[in-house]
Design a protein around this ligand. Sequence first.
Ligand code: KIV
Ligand code: ZN
Length: 532
Amino acid sequence: MPNSATDDQTVSPDPNAPNSGPLETESRMIRIFDTTLRDGEQSPGASMNLAEKLEVAQALADLGVDIIEAGFPIASPGDFEAVKQIAQTVRGSTICGLARCSDKDIDAAWEAVKYAPSARIHVFLATSAIHREFKLRMSTDEIVERAVAGVRRAASYCDDVEFSPEDGCRTEHDFLCRVVEAAIDAGATTINVPDTVGYTTPNEIFERFSMLRQRVPNIDKAVLSTHCHNDLGMAVANSLAAVAAGAGQIECTINGIGERAGNAGLEEVVMAMKTRRDFFRCDTRIVTKRLVPTSRLVSKTTGIHVQRNKAIVGRNAFAHESGIHQDGMLKERSTYEIMSPEDVGFAKTDLVLGKHSGRAALADRAKTLGFTLTSEQLQAVFEQFKILADKKKEIYDGDIIALVQHQISDNMKQEWSLVDYEVTSGTNREPMVRLTLKNGDEEHTEQVEQGDGPIDAAFWAVEKITGISLICKDFSVRSATLGRDAIGEVNLEVEHKGRSYRGVGVSTDSVESTILAMLNAINRIIGEPKKQ
Ligand code: KIV
Ligand code: ZN
């Protein structure tokens, strides 16, 4: 049994201890620590460019997140620059940088976050027997020594220091207590006990956090924090169980993205505590009406779609299909609805716009859907809206969301753009694509007759004109709304020189969406700073 960590006695929670969760009558504030830009960005294919990270960080601050983990500054110059610029510009949240317990890491984290009015350094070191033996090859004494040195160095730079014993939920109780106590003595103000591999269960984490609160003598000098991965689908339940046992901070991500199966979803932990306030007796600073817009922004920026039935922010989260449910809803909403869709940021009605709708109506609808556009963005979206309205009589919220998101996430230089294309294909015949692209003022045209279908032929044509070769790793097309005239959104993941890039394209014509998605990926490749 490689994972056994319950070698010491377990302790049941003391109902009279301060902040012991559901047994209390007073409510307490839970800090929301968002790690979308760090752990979330570690999701395969989710990497974001600098402009996108800044946009997401601002959205997290607007959402009311207490602490934004903006990145891992030592990881790359690009990561460093992103954390630094977020610290320089985003206000209203503490900005945190991650570091291993090494001088270089901690110095880089401080150099990046020091510009923020409220900055935090988060140092981590693995503590479980498996990690000590096979990864670090260090003894328990060496681990304690390294953790203390790391926390001390971080504390020499700033007052707000978080320490994470990595794989803490599989660490022997006695040793975990020892490391935690030493880290707090060295200056840690938050102790985060991560379930790094998503292995624990609600009862087990409840006992672990209760045990720490009872056995670590200086535990009251730090905020206890939970950071759960979702490998067994229990990240949200485990986070809430840790809160019930006295944790005062939850680490989570928008849409639950993160390493492997992801982290606890921010929207889920927040709405669980809000909807079941009677049980948890906890509050957060989160502006819940911003949950859906923030979820859409992160989904767009990372290219990771939110499944339809995802709790809180999924498209079907408030859709009632069965006749019995609809009947109940019409008589009394609370029969089948425990939260209101407006409370999490879904717009009240799916208003229909059309070709006679003006710029003001479009801006108003976009605002209701959670997007505040600059006049330039509005102009660009309006132009696309008019083109779409010529093709499609009724324009729904889903169409507008697709157009707006495409526009606002497309804030990089457009080196290559589409002028026009023509395609012929059919059963038992080679496809033909004739494509014209623009680069600056110059137009380039190529005709190719190769590939196993029009999409493959479009790839060949784009590669031929731009001179950039791409390996297609993932391709998906989905409709933004219902109906056969709906906008088709193509999401691409391509590889170029060993690196992964995303591309998104929207159009009512799926070959055109594919070409636009390819150009989007190519513009990312060209626009990427060399040092990254
Ligand atoms: O999952 C984990 O253990 C982490 C740490 C760096 C906190 O992400
Ligand atoms: Zn993690």
